[in-house]
Ligand binder design. Structure first.
Ligand SMILES: [Zn+2]
Length: 506
């Protein structure tokens, strides 16, 4: 006679669900008919099938490590996990602990007497597949149901926007708050700034979810299409769930203003390619990126020495136009990269970096080595057993090694996935020659170390071995290049910068 426990779980995910009591009854009958003594029961009564934590199940798996019982009896195999992978893994854990999984209603891969059941193995997968199918079908049904409810104009959960409330699955307008929403829309449409709108709301003592209105809340309201009476869920549009609070003209006006303000404001960042890279050749101060407005209203962006800013008698370095300076530097970097030797040195450095980054691979090598050693030890034990050397300790060792081998297999699978896709030299070359040119910011931030800027020249220092004839293996060293600039013509403190000639001096 073998001892067994019964595991029962009720999940709403299955269409043909058997109650806990039903499962227990069938399992008990099976135990009686098959000479099993039921010593314990583990029951999960959770009602949701896909995200419950199944405390009793976890406890049962844990207990299987040192409990005396031998068999886990379930009503159906899908009790054992939420998908076939989970079922397989959990079954494997039981097996590791020397326990057998038996279903009272389905043929399983293991028989009670320890023999294998080949058609059971096949069937097991079919049963699990069917359970998965039902679970997926139920999700479909739920989605279909939700869609149907929405079509009927019913509220189906989620956050209710300010100005609405729900009764009997129907969204209703909270007239008092709706008036506040309209007020916000009208104010914004009239050109009142959001902080000012908030002041006005505060003066009226109005709250948003119990707290004073914040800018994000205001923008959230201004952008919420539900106030127009429209709700979008993925590709579906519903106009029958939310009653309209703001009329279409006002909504459109606000929408246009939001877009316009977004383009004109700081939210669209002007990229200064050389930010933090340029220093003044005269005073050593940082040359910072700034922007101003010309008399004709045009925005001018330029780089200006910080030493000039501070005092009247500060640095005399003239500011330079952003576009002109950046263009010069970018041309110089791209030109430097055209040189074959330079490119080779660069690729060499990058390959070295990749190798260093790819040290992860050594973990995999170590694991494979360990697996090999474990396998050898396993083979030796098996040979010993074949020769008749059989004791408690050889048995224990065999179990240990088998467990170890399984754990290693899992770790190896994980590492194999981790090993990054490696770039070849050709890949890198292509990348640098094409993609990086379209991403000047990346190009400059990786390759340019520093730029010393004078009024008549600049000295570019590179991060990489970008010099001709570089054969040494130092990897990353520095290289300088001086570009001579046209004489500056200061006009009301502003300088145009045009390249006349570029001279290279190493
Ligand atoms: Zn300066």
């Amino acid at each position: 006679m073998k001892s067994a426990i019964i595991y029962a779980r009720y999940s709403s995910a299955s269409q043909t669900e058997q109650s806990i009591e039903g499962q227990l009854h069938v399992c008990t009958q099976y135990a009686k008919a098959n000479d099993l003594i039921v010593v314990d029961t583990y029951i999960d009564r959770a009602t949701t099938g896909t995200n419950d934590n199944r405390a009793a199940f976890q406890q049962m798996l844990k207990d299987s490590g040192n409990a005396a019982w031998e068999v886990v009896l379930v009503y159906a195999i899908d009790r054992f996990g939420r998908n076939s992978v989970e079922v397989a893994l959990n079954k494997q854990r039981l097996k590791t602990n020397g326990k057998v999984l038996i279903s009272a209603t389905q043929r399983t891969s293991d028989n009670l007497d320890g023999t294998k059941n080949l058609d059971g193995i096949l069937l097991e997968n079919v049963y699990i597949g069917i359970a998965e199918y039902y679970s997926a079908e139920l999700s479909q049904k739920i989605l279909r149901g939700l869609r149907e409810s929405r079509r009927k104009g019913q509220f189906c959960g989620g956050k209710i926007p300010y100005g609405y409330y729900v009764t009997d699955k129907k969204v209703q307008v909270d007239e008092e708050k709706a008036e506040v929403v309209r007020f916000i829309f009208r104010q914004y449409a009239a050109g009142v700034y959001v902080p000012k709108i908030i002041c006005k709301l505060n003066e009226k003592g109005l709250l948003h979810n119990g707290k004073p209105f914040l800018p994000n809340a205001i923008y959230g309201i201004l952008r919420n299409e539900r106030y127009l009476g429209i709700m979008r869920i993925r590709d579906e549009v519903y106009d029958n769930i939310y009653p309209q609070i703001v009329d279409a003209d006002l909504y459109e006006k606000v929408k246009r203003k939001l877009i316009k303000n977004k383009i004109g404001s700081r939210s669209v960042k002007e990229v200064y390619l050389l930010r933090n890279k340029v220093k003044c050749g005269y005073c050593g101060n940082i040359i910072s990126a700034e922007c101003g407005t010309a008399r004709n209203g045009e925005t001018i962006r330029y780089y200006k020495c910080l030493g000039r800013k501070k005092h009247h008698n500060g640095c005399g370095k003239h500011p330079v136009r952003k576009e002109a300076l950046e263009g010069l530097v970018l041309d110089s970097v791209i030109e430097a990269m055209q040189d074959e030797k330079t490119m080779n040195a660069l690729i060499k450095g990058l390959m070295q970096m990749q190798d260093a980054n790819n040290k992860e691979k050594t973990t995999l090598k170590l694991l494979l080595k360990e697996k090999k050693q474990t396998q050898t030890a396993l083979d030796n034990i098996v040979k010993a057993i074949e020769r008749g050397i059989m004791s408690d300790s050889t048995n224990r060792r065999l179990n240990e090694l088998e467990q170890q081998a399984r754990e290693l297999d899992e770790k190896i699978a994980v590492e194999r996935n981790k090993v990054a896709f490696l770039l070849t030299e050709d890949d890198m070359r292509r990348y640098y020659l094409t993609a990086l040119r379209q991403e000047p910011q990346l190009l400059i931030s990786t390759l340019v170390k520093e730029i010393l800027l004078y009024d008549d020249k600049m000295v570019i220092t590179y991060n990489t071995p970008l010099y001709e004839g570089s054969d040494d293996d130092r990897g990353f060293s520095f290289y300088e290049k001086t570009l001579f600039l046209p004489c500056t013509v200061p006009q009301s403190g502003e300088t145009t910068l045009l390249p006349i000639q570029t001279v290279m001096r190493v």
